[in-house]
Design a protein around this ligand. Structure first.
Ligand code: IVH
Length: 687
């Protein structure tokens, strides 16, 4: 290869890898599989070996991928020792090469320790005097984000080590925070119900959850942790496997599936065994980590800039299948995002027939160089929607032409614009682009929103005939217009009108959700409604006020402020208000006055959301306190109640009651009913 070509190729690969690192570590939504990423990295490593004059300390081959965000909301601290990554391999041959390198690097006898490679996100815990003082993400390897509060919500991580168990006075121990499959399924089912974007796989869910601002929300995510790398004085002449046994004795979570192996043959047996057995594990793994067990030999072998020379990760290949691209559709969604979707010749993969695969966006299409007629590999490596990982170029028809992403909206012809943050193309014509307009009406009418009796065909015809342009137009349709719709008779008009009438009683949080503000799912709408009480307060809220709300971050705030900045949207709110829709929380007459005159302070988690608990107290005529004072009637302590509040209540002699005791006070003789949780449509069944 010509030197200038090599230089350009190296630069291009570096940029591409950096972009993927960002998608993986910061955004937690990778565009390509780990396998493809590793191939890119390998190509770069090879080029840098061939052309050492272009090596650079800044290359992704020389530093670990960083999970640090710009304007990070977490405090950042330096790791006591750099937090490195691992060299990867996918073949037994390369594993044997690793073994040869180790044997060349030392003339002493050594053994290996084999461990599962947990597929989560790295964490570094610092214990001092047996107390967990800090938990940092890997960050850029030198500095990590302080997620101590979030880590403390993970039950298996002790805040205090077992007394007199012989732990060192101060030590760092590294490991992985991961999401067991059961928690992952539960989380995604809930997100589906809330119409929130699903997590592609447990790794992304774990990394995303660990970086949430609210540790209460983290606590609901069912995360777990395993520790696999102790750095402590006194082990210089000991074994790594022994250090993990000791750590287990101090109360720390370590894996029970590790094995000491006397040579590389035993390592290979372990790998073969776990390539099968891992499918029965309740948590995600993506390989086996092989480590030289003797600390002294580890020290002898040392590190590269990015990885230890005494360890390697053997990664399992995800399941894949080969099929053909029959055509590519460009779908325009409700928000205007244009998504390329490949229609495939049906193929069997992990027990299901795959016919379609998302191509995500233009970048991804370009990276893969996808063409209609290509033979492609599809993979389901933990992702929900199968994806195309690479093209089998040896089978490409030489007459095929590269696929070009449309420049204009396939639905309305408006030039597309690019959202750099999401690498997506959007149709900016949200007012008049038919699929966007129709999507908005369908969302508004959907069961969880306004529950209006109207289907896709009718919405399509109403929009096409321009009988409706804005949401409020649904409330002023006349009978002639309605009877002109395909298959609509008197009865359909009657049903439609009855549902419109009923929509006027739909509670505020559902109306808010129905407006279709980007990123406002059902749960967020409920949170906003209970915090701000009415739409005018939400519209008037400052960025800071919005950011203060639990689980509301910058992206949601941008969506809200952007939506209310649009005069057309304000008009929609006004017109819908005139039509009789609920734009504020209904001031309900109290359900009872059992709590009249009482001030109840709440702390910890209950079987119902905290906001619902506040609502419940108020509905029974009680007041929710803001701090424990002499005039507090009860401290209602849920699980993980705040220690300082409990302490203060004890000092002041304020009765501390459990959730069950509370229900007996609030709704005496009604215990059966009160065990109910709120129904999914947000209507409280507690009262
Ligand atoms: S040892 C210097 N052991 O895999 C030692 N890492 O792809 C580095 N990982 O950054 C880590 N299971 O986040 C080690 N049993 C295990 C592991 C493990 C998962 C992760 C870890 C690391 C990444 C490298």
């Amino acid at each position: 290869m010509d030197k200038t070509v090599a230089k350009r190729k190296i630069e291009a690969l570096r940029q591409e890898i950096e972009a993927h690192n960002r998608h993986y570590y910061v955004e937690n939504s990778p565009l390509i599989s780990d396998y493809e990423f590793d191939l890119l990295l390998k190509e770069l490593i090879q080029l840098e070996e061939l052309y050492p004059e272009f090596k650079s300390a800044d290359s992704p081959t020389a530093k670990v991928g960083s999970d640090l965000e710009d304007n990070a909301p977490f405090a950042q601290y330096a790791h006591l020792h750099p937090m490195l990554s691992l060299a990867n391999t996918y073949s037994i041959e390369e594993l044997r090469d690793f073994d040869s390198r180790v044997r060349k690097g030392t003339d002493k006898a050594f053994t290996y320790n084999c461990e599962l490679k947990f597929d989560g996100t790295g964490i570094n815990l610092l214990y001092r005097g047996g107390i967990l003082v800090r938990a940092l993400t890997r960050g850029d390897g030198s500095v990590g984000d302080d997620v101590t509060r979030n880590i403390k919500t993970i039950k298996s991580v002790p805040v205090q080590l077992k007394e007199s168990s012989g732990y060192p006075a101060e030590f760092e121990i590294r490991g992985e925070v991961y999401m067991p499959f059961a928690s992952f399924d539960k989380l995604n089912i809930q997100r589906q119900l809330d119409e929130e974007p699903l997590f592609a796989n447990p790794r992304n869910a774990a990394a995303g959850s660990l970086k949430m601002l609210s540790s209460k929300a983290v606590a609901t995510r069912g995360l777990d942790c395993v520790l696999y790398h102790l750095i402590a004085p006194g082990y210089e002449n000991s074994l790594h496997s022994k250090s993990l046994e000791d750590a287990a004795g101090w109360g720390l979570p370590v894996s029970e599936h590790s094995r000491r192996c006397k040579d590389i043959e035993e390592v290979i047996s372990y790998i073969q065994e776990w390539d099968q057995k891992r499918h029965g594990l309740p948590f995600p793994t993506d390989g086996v980590v092989v480590k030289v067990d003797q600390y002294a030999i580890q020290a002898e072998l040392g590190f590269t800039a990015k990885t230890p020379k005494w360890a390697v990760a053997y990664k399992f290949k995800p399941e894949e299948a080969l099929t053909t691209i029959e055509s590519i559709d460009y779908q325009v969604g409700r928000t205007g995002a244009v998504t390329p979707v490949a229609n495939l010749s049906p193929v069997q993969l992990s027990g299901t027939t795959v016919k379609r695969a998302t191509l995500h966006n233009a970048d991804q299409m370009e990276i893969l160089d996808i063409r209609v007629g290509d033979s492609v590999y599809v993979e389901k490596g933990g992702e929900i929607i199968p994806k195309i990982t690479r093209v089998e170029l040896s089978r490409r028809n030489p007459a095929s032409v590269p696929e070009t992403f449309p420049k204009v909206c396939p639905a309305c012809g408006t030039p597309l614009v690019r959202d750099p943050e999401q690498s997506k193309f959007f149709c900016p014509n949200s007012d008049f682009c038919p699929p966007q307009t129709e999507g908005r009406f369908l969302h508004f009418a959907s069961r969880k929103a306004m529950d209006i009796n109207i289907g896709e065909v009718a919405v399509h015809q109403l929009c096409e005939r321009e009988y409706v342009k804005e949401l409020q137009d649904l409330y002023s349709l006349d009978d002639l217009q309605l009877l002109s719709l395909d298959k609509w008779k008197g009865k359909s008009v009657e049903n439609f009108r009855a549902s419109l009438e009923k929509s006027k009683t739909v509670p505020f949080h559902r109306v808010l959700y129905a407006l279709g503000i980007r990123n406002i799912g059902e749960t967020t709408a409920k949170t906003l409604a209970s915090r701000f009480k009415n739409i005018d307060a939400i519209a008037a809220a400052t960025r800071e006020e919005l950011l203060e709300v639990e689980d509301i971050g910058g992206i949601i705030v941008d969506s809200i402020t952007g939506w209310f900045a649009e005069p057309r949207h304000l008009k929609t709110v006004e017109e819908l208000r005139k039509a009789g829709l609920q734009f504020s929380l209904e001031e309900k007459a109290p359900v009872s006055d059992t709590l009249k005159g009482m001030t109840i302070m709440i702390t910890g988690n209950y079987s119902i959301p905290r906001e619902t608990m506040k609502y419940y107290i108020e509905a029974h005529s009680g007041k929710v306190g803001s701090s424990v004072t002499a005039s507090t009637t009860y401290l209602l302590a849920g699980s993980k109640a705040g220690a300082s509040k409990l302490e203060k209540a004890r000092k002041l002699g304020i009765p501390i009651i459990s959730e069950e005791e509370f229900y007996r006070i609030a709704a005496p003789g009604n215990e059966e009913d009160t065990k109910e949780t709120p129904q999914s449509d947000g209507q409280m069944s507690l009262f």
